[in-house]
Design a protein around this ligand. Sequence first.
Ligand code: NAD
Length: 260
Amino acid sequence: FLKGKSALVTGSTSGIGLATARAFAAEGANVTINGFGEAAAIEKERAALESEFGVTARYSPADMTRPDQIAEMVTQHEAAFGTLDILVNNAGIQHVSPIEEFPIDKWDAIIAINLSSAFHTIRAAIPGMKVRTWGRIINTASAHSLAASPFKAAYVAAKHGLAGLTKTAALELATFGVTVNCISPGYVWTPLVEKQIPDTMKARGMTREQVMNDVLLAGQPTKQFVTVDQVAALALFLCKEEAASMTGANLSMDGGWTAA
Ligand code: NAD
């Protein structure tokens, strides 16, 4: 149902972003993927989007800490595809530390990547969406846009900020056929999470099962990880005409975390 449309997904070389880009491509959208990683691995994913789904897929190496590169990424997407119809702000990083020891450069990087990059992409994408009176902006927030955890000051502040930016943009664009929402997952099973398990097993003297249930899923009542495909499916739904009245929403997909 997305044939003729195009999507730009930041931070889509792995995890939630990659699954979302693949879901859009599977529905016929041309896509720009973005993020870091090994060049050959990124090219493999880009080429797979084209061969599996018969769409055009581009890669932008833009660094989400750099406003100039972000603006250029949007310009190049519009030049290549004619329009930017769907924007997903998904790039994100984490750092865990008590506030008084929180490295200032980590604070700055998290605010830049997890929050300010969305301001810069939205700012650049809005004029075209307004002219065409159609657009979908989807921000990957987090359960941490609604609730806090200790030692994640920058991440929690950035995600709460992203939820606020989402509401403001939704109000400004409400009469232009452009919806703006955020998806707030709990713990999602991504390569990033999987990689933490062996170290945590060692550090805490726990079994794999104990790390999953007593550490990672301690606050997630379902005791199940959210999957990247579940998040991608919600992003896809937000692009449908049936979702045209959903705007400014913070959509939880957290196994009950924020209900507790
Ligand atoms: P991931 O590490 O698999 O993906 C992060 C992506 O962001 C990668 O493609 C990475 O290359 C990219 N990225 C990092 N820094 C960048 C920069 N400076 N410029 C451009 N790209 C950059 O992680 P994920 O779990 O898929 O996370 C995606 C989003 O989902 C993040 O915003 C994260 O905060 C959010 N989220 C994740 C979880 C979870 O449990 N995994 C839960 C809630 C929210």
